[in-house]
Design a protein around this ligand. Structure first.
Ligand code: IMP
Length: 425
């Protein structure tokens, strides 16, 4: 059984926990998009793991982990992640494969990300400044790109880096009046990365197809969320990869028809970090309540997340383009204590009511939310294991989300720990 887990909002939906739970039944977990801009939190016992590049399955000692071709690999973050797990007694030796075709994020990408954001002032995108956009730009531009396979031939890499750094320095000086970077420094770091990471570099497409043929069960882990997808999200306030399930086949070389089930992950409310339209945003007491109770601060950047009500229009769109079969509804416990909850069931745009999400940022900004108000609940639900034991209002809330998204909610998260989840099927 192969499954794909996808965020249906603007990221941070709680995918790490869902993947970690499903990884128990999977032989292989695959990351196929994004890079160290992601922050997947997995809590095992008293240990809290913040994973940025390693698949969430990496905390399970027997799971094979694949970082596939479309991931932007920051070798510093990857080696740091491997060492962090080793320090907790979890080794990745012999069970991590990194695609030879994956593009590498180097210091000049992070510098470029930072300089561009600074220069945009109030128009900045609010990126994570992890060099993701500049790395993907070099991938598409081709002439100045570095891939994992380049770590296998250091002489050729040195020559390549000299050419790239000369080009980048011209841009840094001309556009940003910024200090040059040094090719030798970058190359020296690359020799260290090459030594550490070479044993993991592989043809992951070949490996995955061999695994499919052997009947292994594979879990595909999407990073970010569908609404941040470069083609289908709220452009330009998006990330630089296909973070919807549509990115999965190209991202790892496995066709979507080899995946048996697509699981969409949502929060019981909505959050967003960075700039961009957010129709259900509550920049008020309710938003602050959700942020504090749900600990809504970025795993990667620590930025406070913008918080708002559940947006069924946005989630239905994400579920539709992602061919989502079922929903994992996370953070239901966070809503406890709010007297009335609001769910956005339609938008009013140009005086007309619509339930189809416009990904066009200007149109979305003009959307007025049509809310359905429902009763909240006071009880702490963090110890509940059975759906029928939830307060009636909480059950009704889950059913309303099922009705509006036309998808069954098969998992309900009631707390951050691995066992704080209710399975319904
Ligand atoms: P970038 O991916 O760093 O270029 O950032 C582009 C946009 O995507 C910004 O609004 C980021 O806050 C957002 N973003 C990127 N990665 C994540 C994530 O893992 N969770 C939530 N938002 C993200």
């Amino acid at each position: 059984m192969n499954a794909c887990v996808i965020g249906l909002q603007w990221g941070d939906e709680g995918k790490g926990k869902v993947v970690d739970i499903l990884a128990e039944r999977s032989d292989i977990v695959v990351r196929y998009n994004g890079g160290a801009n992601a922050g997947h939190t997995v809590i095992v016992g008293d240990n809290r793991f913040a994973l940025h590049l390693l698949p969430s399955g990496s905390v399970r000692p027997d799971t094979i982990c694949v970082i596939a071709n479309a991931v932007a690999v920051d070798p510093e973050v990857l080696t740091g992640g491997i060492e962090m797990l080793e320090s907790k007694g979890i080794s990745l030796d012999g069970r991590l494969l990194v695609s030879q075709n994956a593009h590498v994020v180097l210091d000049y990408h992070k510098k470029e990300d930072h300089l561009r954001e600074e220069s945009l002032g109030t128009n900045k995108l609010g990126t994570t400044v992890r060099g993701i956009g500049p790395c993907y730009a070099d991938k598409v531009g081709r002439s100045y790109a570095v891939r994992m396979a380049d770590f296998r031939d250091l002489d050729a890499l040195r020559a390549k880096l000299e050419k790239i750094v000369e080009y980048k320095n011209r841009i840094f000086a001309a556009l940003y009046n910024s200090e040059p970077i040094n090719a030798d420094d970058i190359f020296d770091k690359c020799t260290v990365y090459a030594e550490r990471l070479s044993p993991f570099i592989a043809d992951t497409t070949e490996f995955l197809h061999r695994s499919v043929a052997q009947g292994k069960s594979i879990l595909f882990e999407g990073a970010q969320g569908t609404l941040l997808d470069i083609d289908h999200g709220t452009f330009p306030y998006v990330t630089s990869s296909n973070s919807s399930s549509l990115g999965m086949p190209a991202g790892c070389g496995v066709p979507a028809k080899m995946v048996h089930t697509f699981i969409g992950v949502v929060k019981a409310y909505t959050t967003r970090v960075g700039s961009g339209p957010f129709p259900t945003e509550q920049d008020n007491e309710t938003g602050r309540y959700i942020r504090d109770k749900g600990n809504e601060y970025g795993t990667t950047t620590g930025r406070p997340r913008r918080c708002g009500w559940f947006d069924a229009v946005a989630v239905s769109y994400a579920a539709t383009i992602g061919a989502i079969d079922s929903i994992a509804l996370m953070h239901l416990d966070t809503l406890a204590g709010l007297e009335t909850l609001h769910v956005c069931r339609a938008y009013k745009i140009d005086q007309k009511e619509t339930t189809f999400f416009p990904s066009d940022a200007t149109k979305l900004r003009s959307a007025e939310c049509v809310y359905q108000a429902v009763a909240g609940w006071d009880q702490d639900i963090t110890d509940i294991k059975d759906f029928d034991d939830l307060p009636e209002a909480a059950r009704d809330y889950v059913r309303l989300i099922e009705e509006l998204t036309r998808r069954p909610v098969t998992m309900v998260g009631v707390g951050p720990k691995r066992d704080q989840i209710i399975f319904r099927q």
